[in-house]
Design a protein around this ligand. Structure first.
Ligand code: ATP
Length: 252
């Protein structure tokens, strides 16, 4: 069974179909990329999948369960996490504290703390710190945990955002342009990180404009143009697809 299934998802703004009956599936342990020219509907599709917008049509299913219309915090408890196109980092807070802000989206069990008789605020903070530190380790930033985020490089901030999504314990990770603004070295680091996350069994879905990166890391690619899906397949199938080439040429 696919971990994430999108069926006929759609929404209109002022009579214009920003996303028009889009369907695709994304599997655990794979990287599925959503591509398309500017204004194709990619971010709107993410907003529909993650419950930011209520869809006019269609369904979202996680492990077969219909979760259409559930708000973002409920979807987070079902294992969905996302990052946004623009950095959503608190610059004055440390890297660790930034990641800890993601912990409230996680389902927590207080059983052990109850047995030990710890006050709830203390035990939650200790647990969150441990989770945040291991998320920082996963993205290669553990040595910068105590640094204010304002001192991190752009590439490090992009990985910090991924750590904040990972700390929720997600099984589905939506990444909106994870390498945007990164230089070639930073982009490769993001590549490696995304591969590692997928290899751990997470279902990764990403929006990305860097076509070379998309071709390198994707198992499956979904192409949108003017709100509709115009192609879908493996990187080698998409690379030579005439409709895809025409959509990109038409956008320039
Ligand atoms: P980009 O690559 O430039 O980020 P995109 O593929 O992510 O583009 P969207 O941002 O999803 O495209 O926009 C798709 C269309 O929907 C655009 O025409 C946009 O103006 C419109 N749109 C998106 N959100 C809204 C909204 N809240 N209200 C009105 N129109 C919207």
């Amino acid at each position: 069974m696919n971990r994430l299934e999108i069926e006929n998802l759609g929404i209109s703004f002022g009579g214009i179909k920003a996303v028009d009956s889009v369907s695709f599936s994304a599997a655990a342990g794979e990287v599925t990329s959503i591509i398309g020219p500017n204004g194709a509907g990619k971010t709107t599709l993410f907003n529909l999948i993650s419950g930011v917008y209520a869809a006019d049509t269609g369904h979202v299913r996680i492990e077969g369960a219909d979760v259409t219309g559930e708000p973002p915090h409920r979807l987070a408890r079902r294992g969905m996490a996302r990052t946004f196109q623009n950095l959503q980092i608190f610059p004055q807070m440390t890297a660790l504290d930034n990641v800890m802000t993601g912990c409230h989206l996680r389902e927590t069990s207080n059983l052990l703390a109850d047995l030990l008789g710890l006050p709830s605020s203390l035990r939650e903070t200790a647990k969150s710190r441990g989770l945040a530190l291991s998320a920082l380790e996963r993205v290669g930033l553990a040595n910068l945990a105590a640094r204010p985020a304002s001192e991190l490089s752009y590439g490090q901030l992009k990985r910090l955002e991924i750590a904040r999504a990972l700390v929720t314990g997600c099984s589905i990770l939506l990444l909106d342009e994870p390498a945007a603004g990164c230089n070639a070295v930073e982009t490769r680091e993001v590549d490696d990180l995304i591969h590692a996350i997928a290899d751990e069994g997470v279902c990764v879905v990403l929006i990305e404009h860097d076509m070379r990166m998309v071709m390198r890391i994707s198992s499956h690619i979904v192409v949108l143009d003017q709100g509709s899906k115009i192609a879908e397949g493996k990187p080698e199938e998409i690379r030579d697809n005439e409709r895809v080439i025409a959509a990109y040429l038409g956008a320039h």
